[in-house]
Design a protein around this ligand. Sequence first.
Ligand SMILES: Cc1cc2nc3c(=O)[nH]c(=O)nc-3n(C[C@H](O)[C@H](O)[C@H](O)COP(=O)(O)OP(=O)(O)OC[C@H]3O[C@@H](n4cnc5c(N)ncnc54)[C@H](O)[C@@H]3O)c2cc1C
Length: 422
Amino acid sequence: MKRRTLLTALLGFCALPRRSLASATGGRVVVVGGGWGGLSAARHLRALAPQLDVILIDRRAEFWSQPLSNRWLVGLARGDWLRHDYRRAAQHFGYRFVNAEVGGIDLQSRQVATSAGSFGYDWLVLAPGIREDFSAWYGVDRDAAAYTRRHFPSAFPAGAEHLALKAKLEAFQGGDLVMTVPPLPYRCPPAPYERAGLIAWWLKTRNIKGRLVILDPNLPMLSFDRIFRESYRDQVTYQPQAQVRSVDPYQRRIVTDFDTIDFADAVLMPPQQAADLAWDGGLIGRNTDGRPSGWAACDPSTLAVPGDERVFLVGDVIDKVSPLFGQYPKTGQLAAALGRIAATQIAARAAGTAAPKQLPDSTCYVVNRPEPKELTRIETAYRWRGDDVIQQTVRQQHVPQAVEEDLDWARRQFAELFGTTG
Ligand SMILES: Cc1cc2nc3c(=O)[nH]c(=O)nc-3n(C[C@H](O)[C@H](O)[C@H](O)COP(=O)(O)OP(=O)(O)OC[C@H]3O[C@@H](n4cnc5c(N)ncnc54)[C@H](O)[C@@H]3O)c2cc1C
């Protein structure tokens, strides 16, 4: 595998001073990405290996949660449930938070180049999440991608795009609102359908004469197909197995295998891949045909990148881990569990001991209908088979007349990541 170092390519970052390059006495861990995976790795490192200096770096000044965000978009969740303070979390657990853009990683000299200087590491946790692959629609036309992000944000990257999408929904007067679902694999598979159901509820309860047209390249999501037909017949047109052939964001036109759709407004979710840093670092895996898989390869039992026992991958960025089911589901709780596993691996190496073999698990709540509140709980568990292949069990349960189970879950997760109690 060819690994590029970006330090030389990114002169803007190189011009900045190097920050405390010498490692702390016990060694230093740099965690890149303060999402669910990185936050969990940082707090568990402090607990498992207090002698290590831990630095968490993220380009965002505050954390913004994807879980609960669909509800917040339609006024069913408070903003302060979603937004959390990085600095307070860092203070609570005893690591350092640096608000900076990471421009490159030099795996040979173990340096992370950022807009706030360069940081040396003994171990590196990479948890940068995903990027959206607009090249599938626009080739090398970056203007079309930027225009789409600005005018038709997917809000799959958390933060500013959420505010833009909420403002869009509040201003929507009617007509066809198109939503494209990304092809699998993508972050949180039920999320687009949950969002669609909530937008349909929003249109219905506000008597907006609009229709949500869902263009889904994947097989039909049966539970939601039923809900769309039962509850939102006048609000939703659901088209499963509809491949997007071309998008003209300026003329507001999408062509699929079967149809040409002119839209009044849109939520455009293109295909997804591992975040830029994984590509820039040469960490992307290969499919059996030898082509890049789009996701970062790691050893499924340790999360270390192949050939570098000092770099660990965590969260949505990760490629296949099993020939039986492929990738782990890209959920926040699973990313947090992987963060804890990476921390365990590093703590053991720092102590010169063997790390226990661990696997993640995940529970995910999806809002089927807000009134009366109806949820689906998806529990995913893993175990090693005798031949060291990872096996997955998925249990999906319908929760009619749900009360606060999902909010209790979120409170527990935020307490774990931020030390909050509310
Ligand atoms: C609408 C929606 C609803 C969801 N609901 C749920 C749910 O109910 N339950 C659940 O478990 N999961 C849910 N998810 C999935 C969950 O949000 C993701 O799986 C989770 O965020 C993945 O965590 P991560 O740490 O891998 O990546 P992220 O959370 O995306 O974190 C990556 C971080 O890296 C930072 N970063 C990237 N590159 C750089 C750089 N170069 N320099 C500096 N910083 C950088 C980013 O700013 C970001 O903060 C949902 C997702 C969506 C889109």
